[in-house]
Ligand binder design. Sequence first.
Ligand SMILES: CC(C)(COP(=O)(O)OP(=O)(O)OC[C@H]1O[C@@H](n2cnc3c(N)ncnc32)[C@H](O)[C@@H]1OP(=O)(O)O)[C@@H](O)C(=O)NCCC(=O)NCCS
Length: 195
Amino acid sequence: MKTEIDFLTKPTLKGEKVILRPFATEDWEKMIPLLTDPEVKRLTGSVANDEEANAPISSEEAEHIKQWYQSRNQQTDRLDLAIIERANGKLVGEVVFNDFEETTRNVNFRILIGASGRGKGLGTDATALFLQYGFEVLGLHKVELEVYSFNPRAEKVYRKNGFVLEGIKREDFLYNDEYIDTKIFGLLKKEYEGR
Ligand SMILES: CC(C)(COP(=O)(O)OP(=O)(O)OC[C@H]1O[C@@H](n2cnc3c(N)ncnc32)[C@H](O)[C@@H]1OP(=O)(O)O)[C@@H](O)C(=O)NCCC(=O)NCCS
């Protein structure tokens, strides 16, 4: 019989380049520049064109972000952790397990890192650390994710961490009126263990 998954425990995980830790009350303000970074908005599918990507944040959106990050530690069906760059102690992004399926023990993975943290190996380290926790502590069966075809950097990080391409949703997303494919990647527990 499978045990219940414990998403309520919000761990602190130490890697070589990053620390993953629960969100603190004041972190929402630090998340705003990361979430409003035009590249993050484009690559995470939060916007449909450059105009929206470069638009300033409204007070309603800022309030929503505040509520969102101040409620992450109470969530029982998902895990959201802040990514801290070890070299300087700065909050640079987040990792998330969401859309958990109880019967299969499969989950979706998301990651974002703001401009100052990108391209230094932090995403690779954060992904490895989070996967380790997901498979070895939470007992996940499979971690899945989606990435747009215009994001080869993220794809590289996922492949480096063992994710396998499962399929492509062709012309799945419109950005600046151009169709973009969505790639689906997955990593099974047995593949993780066999790496
Ligand atoms: C995707 C993301 C998490 C990766 O984290 P990161 O810290 O920037 O990535 P890393 O530095 O660990 O690794 C990047 C790898 O991609 C490679 N890379 C960079 N640009 C690339 C490109 N255009 N094509 C192919 N590979 C590329 C780098 O060389 C590096 O590989 P290497 O270590 O083997 O040399 C981060 O860039 C990010 O959050 N970006 C914005 C939001 C986003 O894309 N989220 C994911 C949505 S699916």
